[in-house]
Design a binder for this molecule. Structure first.
Ligand code: MG
Length: 483
């Protein structure tokens, strides 16, 4: 057969198979649809959308007090939903924070905690998120959810064995690592810190599934293209439950915004980039409204860690919190967080309950009707009592790891630091580790900026926190380090 004829025959074969499949589907719908649909609709589990910014600080949104960054969409999301004041991530840098969010387990258990020397996974590391780990995507896939990951992954070292498609995501569109991890040969030293970026300094690969579809990726249109993918995914899956993990590349440096946003914010390029993210959130929520899915979808917005302060004007702000990314002071792990589900979450609520990105695993599985794994330790709790206002939050502790070391622990309003350090060294402010015996003790409700040590006044609180640490250590089996 000639090549065109062979191709035509293949096309015909495919078309006829597709026709038969459609007829079967139509027949099935006609026979069972009328009876089954109402029941299915009533019992259909909710869609779950997690939107994660990268290196966005506690003070970088309008609804968290930033004076010049305009975030009308996130502000509206908070006004229609719930805003958390005491929401934490499980690590102060990208890789372990993401591993924790997706698995509900402290990264030390999965081997994804890193060390002081190697804090995030790099492009030539042999490891990655172990396949034995169960992600939200894998658990929900088993409940017939459509699953998609858009954006930054950062849980695979470059072998491709731990990409999103290996971890329960039907589809993937995004960058494998941070946008400063694939420099072009012409990249000048110190380029990430520069606000005036030349796109030619970067050679990031954009993937669809497991294939590179563009390199160097156009970094200035990433947010726009991620958003179009998200809206398309929502539209394409409106008839079945779906899980969308939308992990933005920004405002991690180097910063790029699309033409429409560039040069528009009073906060400069950082503001342009955050305002474009805000636009993106608005597009996602609007797509859910348009498709009449809003009342059956939980959307949760947060960031993976605090602002990268050593990036100067290209980094964000932790507001009144101390330090930022890389540090176990509050600015490193306490994040803006907004939950939205019209009709289910009461609008305009600000909660002071303790909550953590680790909790999104148990919450998502419970909402989806998926059983929680019983063969492993989970570190998250179900957020439902907080979200739906029918009880107290189930969490009373937060563990602050830096790499594989526990630096601090919060119990209720009290936080004890066993060791402190700044996030990163910078000229004039070198990296400095300080062990504390007795630990420093802060009452975060009255002193959110961690300025007044209360250890002497409250030895009983310190003793109680030390008992929590002992309990935690007794129940801890570290996983094999992956990088
Ligand atoms: Mg980050």
């Amino acid at each position: 057969m000639s090549r065109p004829a062979e191709r035509n025959s293949r096309v015909m074969r495919f078309a006829s198979q597709a026709f038969v499949r459609s007829l079967c589907a139509l027949g099935f719908s006609l026979i069972f649809g009328v009876l089954v649909s109402p029941v299915a609709a009533a019992t259909r589990p909710p869609n779950i959308v997690i939107i994660l910014a990268d290196d966005l600080g506690y003070g970088d949104l309008g609804c968290y007090g930033h004076p010049t960054i305009r975030t009308p969409n996130l502000d509206r999301m908070a006004a229609e939903g719930m805003r958390f004041t005491d929401f934490y991530v499980a690590a102060c840098v990208c890789t372990p924070s993401r591993a924790a969010l997706l698995t509900g387990r402290l990264p030390i258990r999965s081997g994804m905690a890193g060390t002081e020397k190697r804090r995030v996974i790099f492009t030539k590391d042999p490891g990655g998120l172990p396949l034995e780990e169960i992600t939200i995507a894998r658990a929900l896939q088993s409940k017939a959810y459509a699953t998609m990951c858009i954006g930054k992954w950062h849980l695979d070292g470059g072998t491709g064995k731990s990409l999103p498609t290996r971890h329960g995501f039907d589809s993937y569109f995004g960058l494998r690592w941070s946008n400063d991890m694939e420099p072009a040969e012409r990249n000048p030293p110190g380029a990430p810190r520069s606000l005036d970026q030349d796109p030619k300094w970067w050679n990031c690969a954009l993937l669809r599934g497991e294939k590179i579809i563009e390199q160097p990726a156009d970094l200035s249109t990433l947010t726009k293209r991620y958003t179009a993918e998200a809206v398309q995914f929502i539209r394409a899956n409106k008839k079945k439950p779906f899980f969308l993990y939308f992990a933005h590349t920004y405002p991690h440096v180097p910063l790029f915004a699309s033409e429409k946003f560039k040069g528009t914010s009073r906060r400069g390029l950082f503001g342009d980039v955050v305002e474009e993210l805000d636009w993106s959130v608005g597009q996602v929520l609007e797509a859910l409204r348009k498709e009449k899915l809003a009342e059956n979808t939980l959307v949760f917005f947060t960031s993976d860690n605090g602002p990268w302060l050593v990036e100067e004007l290209a980094g964000g702000s932790a507001g009144l919190l101390k330090e930022g990314k890389g540090s176990t002071w509050e600015g490193g792990l306490r994040e803006p967080a907004i939950a939205w589900w019209p009709g289910k979450i009461k609008p305009g609520v600000t909660t002071h309950e303790l909550a953590c990105s680790l909790d999104l695993f148990s919450t998502s599985l419970t909402l989806a009707g998926a059983p929680l794994p019983t063969d492993r330790v989970l570190d998250g709790v179900d957020l439902s009592p907080i979200l739906f206002g029918n009880g107290k939050g189930l969490r009373d502790t937060v563990f602050y790891y830096r790499g594989d070391e526990l630096f601090a622990l919060r119990k209720g309003p009290w936080k004890a630091h066993f060791t402190t350090a700044n996030g990163y060294g910078s000229p004039g402010n070198p990296l400095k580790f300080e062990p504390h015996d007795p630990p420093l003790l802060f009452q975060l409700d009255t002193d959110p900026s961690e300025r007044f040590d209360m250890a002497k006044e409250h030895p009983e609180v310190l003793a109680d926190i030390q008992r929590e640490v002992a309990k935690h250590r007794a129940n801890l089996t570290p996983g094999k380090p992956q990088y």
